[in-house]
Design a protein around this ligand. Structure first.
Ligand code: MRU
Length: 361
């Protein structure tokens, strides 16, 4: 994707071949900083502290983390230990465990002397596959958007939550892929961007990337979406996901469920962009079974942003000592999801719809 007219991915091998480099998402949109990850522990820490975030991107970062481990020490025990550390970095997005497990399994089959090169190759393939997946999601989502008639005026209004754009993936994005495809196809559209408290991935990241791509957008407080839907100012909601169960329950960033409820009540299509790497066929009941990450209370009690002098600064919102809770994800029951947009097509969020994707393939 473009930033100031240059194409970037969110992760790439360093030119010396000894590390991977990533865009530090903690300081966007105010600073554009590159961070170098030179070993598996640093990659795991970058996932945990959200230097990189978004389900597909943390999976690819973890695969590169294993490759970095294999460069240093490639015996079974060292690889297994790095895999455990990487998988523990964040619990909710299944892409992380999916990427680590499949990379580790392939590495353990290779001769130790070949493992470093094999791991690097596997991580690069995973990164490229992510881009191809997202382009396919974009094409399938575009067909849905073409069928929509704007409720107000001539412009489509799409609402999205959190950041499921190119910053959450290697490139292109999932929920934003149909929006980019529609804009490229000349469809007039505008995006309502939920700010997405507490970490504000919508206000800081989605707004940043949409503006860089020249897509009209407006940031709204998280609580505004229902009101806009009641007034026919939202034609569709498209969100990403961190884990989808075999019966179609969708786990995504906290607050997604409330948008799905409002969309249901107002008959607004609620679509979930889902790469198959986010499908967890081992789970059925999302509410009971998906592990929900609980993050630091400080993300709720404090806000980070840029001050009038251009410095990044943190301010406190609450009275001293006020307790805060910070569940980072919630589960939207399948019945509230109009459809899943996947790289293999658009399907209902039902066991049958998911089986039709042939997820074992
Ligand atoms: O906590 P984050 O920023 O990693 O959460 C990201 C989301 O919830 C995204 O919607 C999801 O990972 C899909 S990204 C294509």
């Amino acid at each position: 994707m473009r930033i100031a007219d240059r194409h970037w991915r969110t992760i790439w091998p360093s030119t010396d071949g000894a590390a991977v480099e990533v865009i530090d998402q903690r300081v966007l949109p105010h600073r554009f900083q590159i961070r170098r990850l030179a070993d598996a522990a640093t990659a795991a820490a970058a996932i945990a502290d959200m230097t990189v975030r978004g389900a597909p991107l943390i999976g690819v970062t973890a695969a590169y983390g294993l490759a970095l481990q294999a460069r240093h020490q490639a015996d079974d025990a060292a690889l297994r230990s790095a895999a455990r550390q990487l998988k523990a970095a964040r619990p909710t997005a299944v892409n992380l465990a999916w990427a680590v497990d499949r990379t580790l399994a392939r590495l353990l089959q290779a001769e130790p002397a070949d493992r470093a090169a094999t791991a690097w190759q596997l991580a690069a393939e995973l990164a490229d596959a992510d881009v191809a997946t997202n382009q396919a999601i974009g094409r399938h989502g575009l067909a849905l958007l073409r069928d929509l008639k704007p409720a107000a005026g001539s412009r489509l209004n799409i609402l999205t939550h959190c950041n499921a754009g190119w910053l959450a993936t290697v490139d292109v994005g999932t929920a934003l892929a149909p929006i980019y495809a529609a804009a490229a196809a000349g469809i007039d559209l505008h995006v309502w961007v939920d700010e997405t408290r507490p970490r504000n991935q919508g206000a800081s990241l989605t707004a940043f990337e949409l503006r860089e791509q020249g897509i009209p957008c407006t940031v709204i407080a998280d609580n505004a979406g229902g009101h806009l839907m009641q007034h026919r100012q939202v034609d569709a909601v498209i969100v990403g996901c961190d884990r989808v169960t075999a019966r179609g329950d969708v786990c995504n960033k906290i607050g997604t469920y409330l948008k799905a409820l409002a969309a249901w009540d107002n008959r607004v299509p609620f679509w979930v962009a889902m790469p198959l790497s986010t499908l967890d066929m081992s789970l059925q009941d999302g509410l009971a079974e998906v592990p929900i990450e609980s993050r630091s209370a400080r993300e709720v009690t404090h806000l980070v942003g840029r001050d009038a002098q251009g410095q990044m600064t943190e301010v406190q919102l609450v009275p001293d000592g006020t307790p805060a809770a910070n569940p980072a994800f919630d589960v939207t029951p399948a019945r509230l999801v109009r459809a899943l947009i996947t790289e293999r097509g658009v399907v209902p969020a039902t066991p049958e719809g998911i089986q039709a994707l042939e997820p074992w393939r």
